[in-house]
Design a protein around this ligand. Sequence first.
Ligand code: PMP
Ligand code: GLN
Length: 388
Amino acid sequence: MKPANSVLSGYGTTIFEVMSRLAQEHDSVNLGQGFPDGNGPADVVAAATDYLENGVNQYPSMMGIPPLREAVAAHAKRFYGLEVDWPREVLITSGGTEALGAALFGLIEPGDEAVLIEPLYDSYLPIVRRAGAVPRMVRLEPPDWALPVDELRAAFSDKTKLILFNTPMNPCAKVFDRDELELIAGLCIRHDAYAVCDEVYEHLAFDGRPHIPMITLPGMRERAVRIASAGKIFSLTGWKVGMVTAAPDLLTPIAKAHQFLTFTTPPNLQSAVAYGLNKDDSYFAGLNADLQARRDMLAAGLADIGFGIVPCAGTYFLTTDFRPLGFNGDDVDFCRHITVEAGVAAVPVSAFYESGEVRHFARFAFCKQEAALDEAIARLGRHFGSGA
Ligand code: PMP
Ligand code: GLN
């Protein structure tokens, strides 16, 4: 048999799937994979049901249904003051994951360079490589996840086609501030590069921090691709409705990739997301406050047990340092150990790096119901002989 594609063959099953399967096998509280355990806002779910029964269930336009594209533009105007010409600047995809794939396949030419910031979300590197780009990695490290300015500058060159980054950032829960974004923007402008910005956690920047889309920075309106996900905005991660906003010259090649990847996305879900994006400000503020409260609850519980807590500025995720617990092993051993022996799953942070020395941090997802967080804290407390 001839070999399959050599880039993709090199990757195993993603850590999220691996830890979720292990959690299921051991009946563990799953604080590994980042998905909420509730069923999202009832009115948004009802809107999807209604459309499924009473709407049109055939292929919608490949660009997405107009009411959703219009709602994406209205949402950008409301939260970021961004004017978006939705017929030319908004594309709906099957999740943020497809949006990322379509953006990278649409923009990268084999031989280009792409700047990536570690720790990175699992789909970035395989797709960048499959699209033919040479990755130039810049590392952030716990506990402060500071952007190494000299390394970032050195990673850019005239071969750089794009930088791909995530803010608020999974797994390290960093929210890029305006100075950091301006630095990146300056490099993009100087080297004539694009910025593909994964903003799926846009409504989950905590403690009053603003989420600043790169596309709103001076000089970036024509260079930035903004990627959003309804899964995260409505706590319905299985829905896989992604939203891309970019200037027409950038959106056109991305739409070309999208038409050959999935072509379109279920219309009932699109319709419900349009309804949801038009909900009033209190919905978005409530989501933020709710997740922030869960972050605090999990952080306090794990700190009582003896975990070191790395500050968390956003997302679904809390990074912890398990060395104070005296565990003898690396983060992969630790996450397996607590999943099997304590009945709580987490994800090793080293899975978000290609290689290197970050080996004693575990990521816990707090986007779970309070009862699940309580149970996880109690189990870990019993296991490590403290807390509960
Ligand atoms: N980017 C990041 C950083 C994520 O954490 C996720 C999580 N699922 C995605 C993209 C993918 O979003 P979606 O589920 O909409 O494909
Ligand atoms: N974004 C989720 C996480 O980081 C997982 C998504 C997935 O499983 N692909 O946990």
